[in-house]
Design a protein around this ligand. Structure first.
Ligand code: GLN
Length: 547
């Protein structure tokens, strides 16, 4: 049976609960324990799949096809443990399950209430797979005191109450604001936040205090006394240059020791931190830098491309260079000259996206990269745009476009080189979709394998001919155009196992031009950079040496 750590936050949002949870997971692993991380989100959307990236940041997709919160990306990047559908839940999902059961008559005519029906549903979610790992780390989204978070807090209180003593602990993150006028760190918000938790029956065992300044011993003692936690369990979290320093920084501050102490695990196994020391070394000891342009649509909120940004950083770490990312709004190319805007970058990345807005700019970016021989990585929509560019400007399909844009406008303007996929094979069964299905969850989602063409660039980059990557899209490149495009030099170097779905394209006579229908960024880790990103940055380094 797993031991449980519940991670909550108070005072303000965005304190880095996800990062603290992920770093704790990494530290427990370093001490030889197995872990799984979980996120409980209080919002009412059933999942983040249909939420705008402007609202919620990136949608993180798991191998088993769940569209989840971007914190799960942190969990995977720090622990290497692949998240599953059962590692992310929202109030919306919980209520929808309860209501479904109610309609089915599962509750035998009882009155359905938050306690016990909703809280039981949450507790069932917490228990899934508890026999598989040593520690289950469960993060509650939002801050204590939020109305919508209450059922979750009540459920974790009950859960800990029902478990034998010592099997669950609570870790609470707060902020110690600094008042410049008096030169002091203020502990009162932390005290209030802990009171709020205590008023709903939860007493924190470990307090993680975010602070921009060193926490004096005196303040630490005060927090410990007033919040009823041991002094060693008041852990400081200071701002870091890179998020990947978090495991070592938290270890220095005693987080993993405090957690193991709270469980009474003594003596605690010694940690092996080699992996993180290497990561730290790669961050600090770089030789040179490269400039990469990301030509996208959701550039106002960098979180919308969180995993891509991180994967580029990992690519930099693999090559020991600093990667400077410049966000370029694809719509700027409606007004500006692409050449002027994109020259000077050592590589161009066009990420995934939905809808027509900005796509003509992305097509121009792909054309620029092809003609000027600048390394190009097209991801999902970025691959589709590269294919459309090739069709229009090289293969002579003047009206080439994606059916997605015609669907959006409700008129037929394009020749659909990228078309709506209605049926595909997953493993050994066929999945079908209608054009007018619900927007939520009607995509080709999750892990699919692909066969790589022997001797192709991607086969060389991966060092393999069979790969498995995660997908999240509705449209596909139409196989009908394969021969025509290949005769122009655009190689279809990765295909679905049944040979029907193009997964990867690459230009033959180009130093590095690859488009992938999937999202390689989701599987990249700081200690195991994704081969495509590692090699893309290597190519960028080559370009930087040419100029
Ligand atoms: N909008 C495109 C599709 O649905 C691409 C999606 C993506 O980039 N994730 O196929």
């Amino acid at each position: 049976m797993a031991r449980y750590v519940f991670i909550t936050g108070g005072v303000v949002s965005s304190l880095g609960k996800g990062l603290a949870s992920a770093a704790l997971g990494a530290l427990l692993q370093a001490r030889g324990f197995s872990v799984r991380l979980r996120k409980l989100d209080p919002y009412l959307n059933v999942d983040p799949g249909t939420m705008s990236p402007f609202e919620h940041g990136e949608v993180f997709v798991t191998d088993d096809g769940a569209e989840t919160d971007l914190d799960l990306g942190h969990y995977e990047r720090f622990t290497g443990v692949a998240c599953r559908k059962t590692d992310s839940v929202s109030s919306g999902r919980i209520y929808s399950n309860v209501l479904e059961k109610e309609r089915r008559g599962d509750y035998l005519g009882k009155t359905i209430q938050v306690i016990p029906h909703v809280t039981n549903e949450i507790k069932d979610f917490l228990r899934v797979g508890d026999e598989e790992v040593d520690f289950m780390l469960c993060e509650i989204g939002g801050t204590v005191g939020d109305i919508e978070g209450l059922p979750f807090f009540e459920a974790i209180r009950q859960f800990a109450h029902e478990k034998p003593r010592g099997e669950c602990i609570f870790m609470h993150l707060t902020l110690l604001p600094y008042l410049a006028a008096s030169g002091e760190l203020k502990t009162k918000p932390t005290q209030h936040s802990v009171k709020e938790l205590q008023s709903i029956g939860i007493a924190p065992d470990v307090l993680v205090c975010r602070s921009e300044h060193p926490i004096p011993e005196r303040e630490r003692e005060k927090i410990a006394l007033f919040c009823n936690v041991r002094k060693e369990a008041v852990v400081a979290a200071y701002d870091l240059k890179s998020i990947y320093e978090a495991p070592l920084a938290y270890h220095r501050e005693g987080l993993d020791q405090a957690v193991l102490d709270a469980f009474g695990i003594s003596p605690a196994p010694r940690p092996n931190l080699e992996k993180w020391l290497d990561v730290q070394d790669r961050i600090h000891n770089t030789d040179g830098e490269v400039n990469v342009a990301i030509v996208g649509k959701y550039i106002q909120l960098e979180d919308a491309y969180k995993s891509i940004k991180e994967a580029l950083t990992h690519g930099g770490m693999a090559n020991r260079v600093k990667v400077n990312v410049q966000w370029v709004d694809a719509e700027d190319f409606d007004r500006e000259d692409v050449g002027e805007r994109l020259s000077g970058y050592h590589a161009i990345l066009v990420p995934g996206g939905f809808g027509e807005r900005g796509t003509e700019g992305k097509i121009k970016a792909a054309q620029f990269a092809r003609e000027r021989k600048v390394p190009y990585l097209g991801i999902c929509l970025g691959m589709q745009m590269a294919v459309i560019e090739a069709a229009r400007n090289v293969a002579g399909v003047a009206r080439a476009g994606s059916e997605e844009f015609d669907h959006e406008k409700g008129e037929k303007r394009f020749e659909p080189v990228v078309y709506h996929l209605k049926e595909w094979v997953q493993g050994n069964h066929t999945v079908s979709r209608k054009a007018d299905d619900d927007k939520g969850g009607t995509m080709r989602l999750g892990a699919y394998s692909a066969n790589l063409k022997e001797g192709s660039k991607v086969a060389e980059v991966y060092g393999a001919t069979v790969i498995e990557e995660r997908h999240r899209h509705r449209y596909e490149v139409d196989l009908k155009y394969k021969d025509k495009l290949e005769s122009c030099g655009l190689v279809f170097s990765g295909m679905s196992p049944d040979g029907r779905l193009p997964e990867i394209v690459e230009w033959k006579d180009h130093p590095w031009f690859i488009g992938v229908q999937y999202h390689p960024e989701l599987k990249s880790k700081p200690f195991d950079p994704h081969p495509l990103f590692a090699d893309f940055i290597r190519a960028a380094v080559d370009t930087s040496r040419l100029v």
